[in-house]
Design a protein around this ligand. Structure first.
Ligand SMILES: [Zn+2]
Length: 89
């Protein structure tokens, strides 16, 4: 399944009780947010990015840890099968 980086989310505030979107991801998923979740990428994760499914009736927004080079508005990519993106709405 392909995922897409959502445009214009840089100003979206982290919910109360979380230090960052990476912290939000770790607490909700119970998984480490240290490494980028794009398939075959081994870079450190820099941000909890807002993503959504491509060509899906599910229009929910999700948070997933991405490295700087993968966190670009509009980019599409495959995620690791165990990436467990966390729904934000
Ligand atoms: Zn990456």
């Amino acid at each position: 399944m392909k995922w897409k980086n959502i445009n214009g989310t840089a100003d979206r505030k982290v919910p109360n009780g979380y230090k960052s979107w990476l912290d939000f991801y770790e607490q909700k998923s119970g998984k480490s947010a240290k490494v980028c979740k794009v398939k075959y990428c081994t870079s450190n994760a820099d941000d909890g990015a807002h993503v959504k499914k491509v060509n899906s009736i599910d229009n929910s927004w999700y948070i997933v840890p991405l490295c700087r080079s993968h966190n670009h508005d509009g980019d599409e990519f495959e995620l690791n099968s165990d990436s467990d993106p966390v729904s934000v709405r």
